[in-house]
Design a protein around this ligand. Structure first.
Ligand SMILES: [Fe+2]
Ligand SMILES: [Fe+2]
Length: 251
């Protein structure tokens, strides 16, 4: 099943969430959110996901903008639920594929052959202009992937945070807006304690994020966190013990 919702719109600039789950394989399929930002005639697609969601996402995106007008496709990290379809997207449109330079050598295993249109991100990230505003790629390394970025859209003030802020629930994306931080705390805790590498990285990321006026955190799984819930999440994540901080649990 697939759902979509406009999460920001001001007449010129629009952000859309697409959410996929699989009712037939509810237990084994991880529900994901994908995002599209459009400003006038250019667009960026964020974390398009696996091969199995490619056809449906392609149709959904093309209802909003001609696929040829996609300027960029951004992959926050290398996981299959993020980048599994990179080979397909690289031949179906002329968009530049933005991915950490650390993952470039692995992408051929997803079927990516044409590296001419890949925009490799350096570890410190990058700022690119997008319409009248900018997009900032913020380092999120080891949270959870070893080379990982969040994306801040200066117009909508939404931070597309990849797996940070993700909660694994039966609900998915657009259906879960309106959940409060407190409602999500337990699922957030389970996910982040196990999948994030350690508090040092959480602190470094929150510090970078706070350089920007972030109003909403839009993760790759689960609900969006807006306003006060966004601030509560940042304060919680900044102090979270996870990964290596809990090493005795795992060894
Ligand atoms: Fe991931
Ligand atoms: Fe993920």
């Amino acid at each position: 099943m697939q759902d979509e919702e406009i999460i920001y719109e001001d007449g010129e600039h629009k952000c859309i969430i697409f959410s996929f789950d699989n009712e037939e394989n509810e237990e084994s399929f991880l529900a994901v959110n994908q995002y599209l930002i459009i400003q006038n005639s250019s667009a960026i697609l964020i974390d398009p996901g696996s091969l199995s969601s490619y056809d449906e996402l392609y149709d959904r995106v093309s209802k909003h903008i001609e696929i040829e007008k996609l300027k960029y496709i951004f992959y926050s990290h290398q996981d299959p639920d993020v980048a599994g379809s990179i080979g397909k997207w690289s031949v179906s449109c002329g968009a530049r594929q933005i991915v950490s330079k650390q993952w470039m050598r692995f992408m051929s295993h997803y079927g990516l052959m044409n590296y001419n249109r890949v925009f490799p991100l350096e570890d410190k990230g990058a700022k690119i202009s997008f319409g009248k505003e900018y997009l900032q790629f913020i380092p999120a390394h080891f949270l959870h992937s070893a080379a990982n970025f969040s994306l801040y859209d200066s117009r909508s003030k939404i931070l597309f945070s990849g797996d940070i802020g993700a909660s694994i629930t039966k609900e998915y994306g657009a259906n879960t807006q309106g959940l409060k931080f407190e409602d999500m705390k337990e699922t957030l805790l389970n996910f982040h304690q196990r999948y994030m590498a350690g508090n040092k990285f959480c602190k470094a990321w929150v510090k970078k994020v706070r350089e920007h006026d972030v109003q909403t955190i839009a993760p790759q799984h689960g609900s969006l966190l807006s306003g006060i819930d966004c601030q509560k999440f940042l304060s919680w994540f900044e102090e979270l013990e996870c990964g290596g901080d809990l090493i005795d649990r795992y060894y």
